[in-house]
Design a protein around this ligand. Structure first.
Ligand code: SAM
Length: 242
């Protein structure tokens, strides 16, 4: 599985939202910007600002790719639950498809707040709520249940998106704006379909019989051809200030 390709796909879903929120957070005039859980740099490499860019991630292999993809960023291998930065260091601290993975999302958000300067901005750009996922036709509902189970087995919190705003509130962050968006496909359908299924197959390997997975894939493909496929994963964002 090419995870950078997947992260670039997700980056495509949030391109317009990011442009809107980074403008609100005055990214162009910021001096220090940090992404927590920067992964391979799919987002960090697109930040339109002359600020010093920083990235933190726990995974060394992802950081090695990030070094190539976001060459000018200053990277640190670190746990988002205990960031290795002095308090009040950054004008903007953001994350993207990160808090669901971190184990203790409240602690991670508290750390994001701690390293943001007074008056600075905190952006959680995309946190899905797979527990509210809608699949249609009915035979594809099982696919949603499989994915939720697989995310849990991988250590993620599949319903975290729905608790994003209250987590900001609990961390003492002043919420400026919050909302939900529906990831929108930007590529040709066939390309998007194959990439989506590469992720599904990787997630379900060892958990569901291969023949069952392929049956579900055919079912999905046929529903799309009939123009009857609905897949909705409400994905939450929040913008707050310290
Ligand atoms: C789904 S990826 C998203 C990467 C990037 N934000 C993007 O959207 O392209 C989640 C990232 O969070 C990182 N991560 C998970 N738990 C972490 C932790 N406790 N501290 C730091 N990074 C963590 C993973 O290594 C992974 O790179």
């Amino acid at each position: 599985m090419d995870w950078h390709k997947r992260y670039e796909q997700q980056a495509g879903w949030t391109r317009d939202l990011r442009a809107y929120l980074f403008a609100k957070a005055e990214a162009k005039s910021a001096r220090q910007i940090l992404e927590v859980g920067c992964g391979t740099g799919a987002i960090l490499s697109t930040v339109d600002s002359s600020a010093a860019l920083h990235g933190a991630d726990i995974d060394l292999r992802a950081l090695a790719q990030c070094r190539v993809n976001a060459a000018r960023a200053i990277l640190m291998r670190s746990d988002g639950l205990a960031l290795p930065y002095a308090s009040a260091s950054f004008d903007i601290v953001f994350c993207h498809y990160f808090l669901l993975w971190v184990g203790n999302s409240l602690q991670a958000v508290r750390e994001m707040k701690r390293v943001t300067r007074p008056g600075g901005h905190i952006l959680a750009l995309a946190e899905p709520d797979y527990l509210s996922r809608i699949d249609s036709p009915d035979e594809l509902k099982l696919l949603g249940a499989w994915q939720v189970e697989s995310l849990r087995r991988q250590g993620a919190d599949p319903g975290f998106g729905a608790r994003l705003a209250e987590t900001f509130f609990e961390a003492g962050i002043k919420l400026e704006e919050m909302g939900i968006f529906q990831p929108v496909e930007k590529r040709t359908n066939a390309e998007e379909f194959e990439l989506e299924w590469a992720v599904i197959e990787s997630d379900l390997a060892g958990m569901i019989e291969e023949a069952e997975i392929q049956k579900m894939k055919l079912c999905d493909q046929a529903a799309r051809q009939r123009n009857e496929r609905i897949l909705h994963v409400p994905t939450h964002f929040a913008w707050g200030r310290v």
